[in-house]
Design a protein. Structure first.
Length: 271
């Protein structure tokens, strides 16, 4: 069964508008998202094709604290860590089959959970989410998302609305998202068991200061990184634990790095 990288969730404690404005100042195209009325959260978005970064914030804390949505609960629980990357979502059009498969592997599965968001123009987006927990591991599995529209319908709709647009700094593709992990071998084996993916050979990423293994996915690869020296991976691991910590983007007109408080990094490189 196929999975595609869908989006990277960045928890913010400012308003999503303030976060996206800062992102725009760094040369990215970002837009307002909308409100999740039943969860007490709101967001802004920056797209790279259909892969995107979501800046997610709590708007109504009391409502959010009452939510049974695991992502909203994580957003609340991670407040002490400060702003930073918190999760990734993998896209599927076979949600029920994945739920059955993952339950069969002994994972605790929550959902599918129905989701919706009302845009500022009053239109409503709908989707379903599946949340995973591996009781035998301290790792944080990603969640799965299934949109009510096809990929083709979403591209047309988002482009026509100006939500998908060119980035002034030239960034065009989300090449990979990386997780800091304590034990690379154990983490790689877990991710393989969850999703049946093939791993790359181990490699040393000097820029990150880590030994890594990658899983190739449409929409953006997932890279697991164990810190080996002082560097971005070690800083992120100390600040936020075993969480996503970088997004590597391709197509920029020059090499650059955009650092976000909390040990999260957007690495923009020549294509």
């Amino acid at each position: 069964m196929r999975l595609t990288f869908d989006h990277l969730v960045h928890f913010v404690q400012r308003t999503p508008q303030e976060a996206s404005e800062q992102f725009c100042q760094a040369g990215f195209h970002a837009v307002a998202g909308g409100r999740h009325a039943s969860w007490g959260t709101w967001n802004s978005l920056s797209y790279f094709g259909l892969s995107y970064v979501e800046f997610l914030a709590v708007e109504h804390k009391e409502l959010a604290r009452q939510s049974d949505n695991p992502l909203v609960r994580q957003c609340i629980e991670d407040e002490a860590k400060g702003e930073g990357f918190g999760q990734i979502a993998l896209r599927t059009n076979e949600m029920d089959a994945w739920a059955e498969r993952l339950r069969g592997q002994g994972l605790q599965v929550t959902g599918p959970v129905a989701g919706s968001r009302t845009r500022d123009d009053g239109t409503t987006l709908q989707w379903r989410m599946l949340f995973l927990e591996d009781a035998d591991s301290a790792l944080l599995p990603p969640f799965l998302i299934e949109w009510s529209q096809t990929d083709e319908e979403r591209i047309e709709d988002l482009t026509n609305r100006g939500i998908i647009g060119a980035h002034p700094n030239g960034a065009a593709h989300l090449q990979s998202v990386g997780y800091a992990v304590n034990d690379l071998d154990e983490a790689t084996a877990r991710w393989q068991s969850w999703f049946g993916w093939k791993k790359s050979e181990k490699f040393h990423d000097k820029e990150l200061g880590a030994i890594c293994q990658a899983f190739e996915l449409p929409g953006g690869n997932v890279v697991l990184c164990q810190p080996t020296e002082e560097g971005l991976a070690q800083t992120a691991w100390k600040n936020r634990g075993q969480r996503p910590f970088f997004a590597r983007l391709e197509g920029a007109s020059k090499n650059s790095e955009y650092k976000i408080d909390g040990g999260s990094y957007f690495l923009v490189a020549l294509e």
